[in-house]
Design a protein around this ligand. Structure first.
Ligand SMILES: *Cc1c(COP(=O)(O)O)cnc(C)c1O
Length: 484
C-alpha cells in the first residue's frame, strides 16, 4: 500500500482506507435495503462499489474526513449516487440566451397538441404503415403528405430525418453521376459539417459553380447548362447575408431556364416558414408556397426551425420529382421514425387554423411576444434576482435585441428585454461572470444566458409567464447557495 501523507497520520479526523466498510456492510444499511427493494440489487451494488472506490481514493490521498464514513453519511451518499445515476442526461433548460430557435438548445419547442399526440400514439401499436380503410399495408409518408400539399400548394410531398438529409436525398435522386448548377454566392456552410459542395459530393453529383460570390445573373445559369446537367439549384443563404453590390437570380427565373432544357429546379429554403410571418408582425421569410408558385420542382425545408415542429426534413414539389426521390434507396435510410411523424403531423395540423397559430405554436408565440410584456416581466423579476445575487452582483432590467436563430433572418433583430447581471467589483469581473454563468447552468432547471460587455444577460422572451417564471423564481435560493 502507498504511504499515506503525513498529515493524515497526525490528523485524527482523517480516515484511512482501512476504515472503509465492506460492500456487504454498506448494503445492509436500512436505506441501502430500501434502495434495493425499489431498484433491484444490480444498480445499488454497482453504486455502492463506485462509492467505496471513490472514498478509498480520497482516503489514500489523506483527504477523507472520518465523519464521511459514519453509517448515516454513507447511506445518504449511496442514495445520492443512485439518484444521480438514474437522472436523465438530457434535461429541460431555460433558454434565456436571446436566440429563440437555438440549435444547441433543441431548436423549436413542441406544441401541446404534438406532445399529446406523442403520448396517445406511442404507448401502444399504431397505424404507422397500415391503411385502416383498406386493411392493408400503408405508406408512412401518407400520414402527412396531404397536409403538406395543402399547406404549400405542391402536388406531392415526402419527409426525411432532417433538412440536410432532404437536400442530400434530392440531389442523389435527381442528379447522381451528373451536374448540378449552383451560384457561387450560395455555396454556404450551415454549421457543423453541412457545406453545400460537400453535400453535392456525398450525393454523387458534380457541382458546377456559376457567377461570383456577390453577383450571379440568369445568363450564368443558362450558359452552364449542357448535356451532363441534371439539376439547377438555389440555396437560401440562411445564416449570412450579402449586402452592397450584389445580385442573385430568383427561383422563377432559374426554374424557367431549367424547364426550357427539360430539367428540374430545386430550392433549399433552410427554415422555410409555412405562413407569411408578416401576417404576424415579423419580417418576411420565404415560404414553400411562394417557391412552388414560382415554378420550383422541389422545395426542401426543416421541421424544427420556423415551422416549429420536430427535427425533420420536408420535401415538397412536382409529383414526378417527389416520386423519384421516394424511390431512391437512400430514402429508406433517411426516413422518419414514428415519434417524429406523430409530432410532425400534429404540428402541421395547427397550420389549418392560422388565426390561432400565434397561441398554439410555441415558436410563433415566443417570436410574437410583445416587447412590452417582456419588459414588464423584467421589471417584476429584477428585485427578486437582485436580492438573490447581492452583494456580489447587481441586477437591472435592460432593453435587449434577440434573434430568431437557426439561420432564419440572420440580420433581423427582435426587440426584447431582460436582466443584466453585473459584478459589483470591476476587478476579476470576467471570472465572476463565468462563475455566475456556471452556477446558473448547474441549477436543477439550468438557466442559459449570454455574457456580453462585462454583463451576464438573461433575455426573458422565452421565459413564459406561469410555470416557467415560477420555476425560475423557486430555484433562486439554490443559486444564492451556490454562489455563497
Ligand atoms: C438549417 C439548414 C439546413 C439543414 O437543415 P437541418 O434540418 O438542420 O438538417 C440546410 N440548408 C439550409 C439553407 C439551412 O438553413
Amino acid at each position: 500500500m502507498r504511504a499515506r501523507p503525513a498529515e493524515s497520520v497526525v490528523d485524527g479526523s482523517k480516515a484511512s482506507p482501512k476504515d472503509l466498510p465492506s460492500i456487504d456492510l454498506l448494503l445492509r444499511g436500512a436505506r441501502a435495503q430500501a434502495l434495493v427493494a425499489e431498484h433491484g440489487h444490480t444498480l445499488v451494488a454497482a453504486q455502492a462499489r463506485a462509492l467505496l472506490d471513490a472514498l478509498r481514493a480520497r482516503a489514500l490521498l489523506g483527504g477523507l474526513d472520518r465523519a464521511e464514513l459514519q453509517a448515516q453519511a454513507l447511506q445518504a451518499a449511496l442514495q445520492g449516487g443512485v439518484d444521480e445515476r438514474l437522472r436523465p442526461r438530457m434535461q429541460r433548460v431555460l433558454n434565456l440566451s436571446g436566440t429563440v430557435i437555438h440549435t444547441n438548445l433543441g431548436r423549436a419547442l413542441l406544441a401541446d397538441s404534438a406532445l399529446q399526440q406523442l403520448l396517445q400514439t406511442m404507448a401502444g401499436p399504431n397505424n404507422l404503415e397500415f391503411d385502416l380503410a383498406r386493411g392493408g399495408r400503408g405508406d408512412r409518408d401518407s400520414l402527412v403528405e396531404e397536409l403538406l400539399t395543402t399547406l404549400t400548394g405542391a402536388e406531392a410531398a415526402t419527409v426525411v430525418n432532417n433538412n440536410a438529409a432532404a437536400v442530400l436525398l434530392t440531389v442523389a435522386a435527381l442528379a447522381q453521376g451528373r451536374e448540378v448548377i449552383v451560384s457561387r454566392g450560395e455555396l454556404v456552410e450551415i454549421g457543423g459539417a453541412f457545406r453545400m459542395p460537400e453535400v453535392m459530393a456525398a450525393a454523387g453529383a458534380t457541382l458546377v459553380e456559376v457567377g461570383t460570390t456577390n453577383r450571379t445573373h440568369a445568363r450564368d445559369y443558362a450558359q452552364a447548362v449542357n448535356a451532363r446537367t441534371a439539376l439547377l439549384m438555389k440555396v437560401h443563404t440562411s445564416n449570412y447575408a450579402l449586402q452592397g453590390f450584389t445580385s442573385s437570380v430568383d427561383e422563377a427565373d432559374i426554374a424557367a431556364i431549367a424547364h426550357e432544357h427539360g430539367l428540374p429546379m430545386a430550392t433549399d429554403l433552410g427554415s422555410g416558414a409555412l405562413v407569411d410571418l408578416q401576417d404576424y408582425g415579423l419580417p418576411h421569410e420565404p415560404t414553400p408556397r411562394e417557391k412552388i408558385a414560382a415554378g420550383c420542382d422541389v422545395v426542401t425545408f426543416s421541421g424544427d426551425k420556423l415551422l416549429g415542429g420536430p427535427q425533420a426534413g420536408l420535401i415538397v414539389g412536382r409529383r414526378a420529382a417527389i416520386e423519384r426521390i421516394r424511390r431512391t434507396p437512400m430514402k429508406r435510410a433517411l426516413r422518419l421514425g414514428k415519434l417524429t411523424l406523430a409530432a410532425l403531423e400534429a404540428t402541421l395540423r395547427l397550420y389549418l387554423r392560422p388565426e390561432r397559430l400565434a397561441q398554439d405554436l410555441p415558436t410563433l408565440r415566443l417570436l410574437t411576444r410583445p416587447a412590452a410584456a417582456i419588459r414588464a416581466l423584467a421589471a417584476q423579476l429584477a428585485p427578486t434576482l437582485h436580492e438573490a445575487l447581492a452583494p456580489r452582483f447587481t441586477v437591472e432590467p435592460v432593453e435587449l435585441l434577440g434573434q430568431i436563430g437557426s439561420g432564419s433572418l440572420p440580420v433581423d433583430r427582435l426587440p426584447s428585454a431582460g436582466l443584466a447581471l453585473v459584478p459589483r467589483q470591476k476587478k476579476g469581473c470576467g471570472r465572476a461572470l463565468d462563475e455566475l454563468a456556471m452556477a446558473l447552468r448547474l441549477l436543477p432547471l439550468p438557466v442559459i444566458g449570454r455574457i456580453a460587455e462585462d454583463r451576464l444577460l438573461l433575455d426573458l422572451r422565452c421565459l413564459e409567464d406561469g410555470l416557467d417564471v415560477q420555476a425560475f423564481v423557486e430555484q433562486l435560493p439554490r443559486l444564492r447557495q451556490a454562489l455563497a
